[in-house]
Design a protein around this ligand. Sequence first.
Ligand code: FMN
Ligand SMILES: CCCCCCC(=O)C(=O)O
Length: 320
Amino acid sequence: MTPPALLTLDDYRKFSEKNLVKLARDYYESGAEQEESLRRNISAFNNLLIRPRCLRSVENIDTSIDWLNGKKSVFPVGIAPTAFQKMATLDGELSTVRGAAASNSIMICSSWSTTSVEDIGKEAKIVGATIWFQLYVYKDRAITESLIHRAEAAGVEALVLTVDTPVLGRRLKDTYNKFSLPKHLKFANFESNTQAEMPKGHVGESGFMQYVSSQIDPSLDWNTLKWIRTKTNLPVIVKGVMRGDDALLALEAGVDGIIVSNHGGRQMDCTVATVFITCDKMQISYDLFFRLNLYQKFSEQLTIEFLFGWMVAYEMDEIF
Ligand SMILES: Cc1cc2nc3c(=O)[nH]c(=O)nc-3n(C[C@H](O)[C@H](O)[C@H](O)COP(=O)(O)O)c2cc1C
Ligand SMILES: CCCCCCC(=O)C(=O)O
């Protein structure tokens, strides 16, 4: 059967309903607690209005950006890290890395991919994709360090430290569903069963919640960031910053970039919408403004990347 034309995000979402089991769809789509942040992210973006200029030639437009180290990409949208992609397709992360190459984007590989970083790295070399690696910090620092070194050896060009997940947000749907990874899937970056397998869920606690509370280090702080910097020469970007004062601390800590994010409303409910987080106290000028994630270089410019979305490239004051 010829697949239908999928033109909008909503088309994709509806199409996926036929192909995803409820457990996976709920995991992919849900936010924390009452999902106020998740709804606010969407409505805040939908309420942005554009006042377009007229009689400006659009014959030659340049949407290119420099993600890092002078590497130009004509497509200024990155693919945010997304765990457990094989719940959606057989090829999982390999499909995404091919998509990243085809669209001249970058892929941020999740620590919790269902394909190992080595296999994603091999495919990235074949198809010519740029990959970065998103890091979760384990209580066992030896595990964390080994992840960093394996990602480096696999050819990633930057490390992205997620800083908004010292504990897992309470996702009610996952809890009701007693969410755990389907039996045939594992955390592909780990060998030992303790890290590679997600426990079964039980009443009132998903398997995912048990995994995170037993493995992930809730003491994550600025010292952890310093420690990471001693373990790698790769650029380090922090993801999940929501305030200007924290952005300044990140800058003082010598990070190479920040991603402003409330984790799609999946971590803490009742937060400000990502799109409205102003970078107060930051001496930068805005040149691009997008929807979900926001990747920022501490140079003259601000660029923003978003997951499966669309972009507007206007000056900030043209939007409101
Ligand atoms: C299904 C799913 C899995 C995700 N997995 C990860 C992950 O492994 N690591 C991570 O840092 N963020 C993860 N995220 C968060 C996204 O990278 C991204 O921050 C979010 O979808 C968009 O929200 P934002 O605009 O507030 O960043 C995941 C999001 C979704 C929807
Ligand atoms: C330590 C926090 C776990 C979150 C894991 C994956 C993710 O980011 C998401 O589901 O959202």
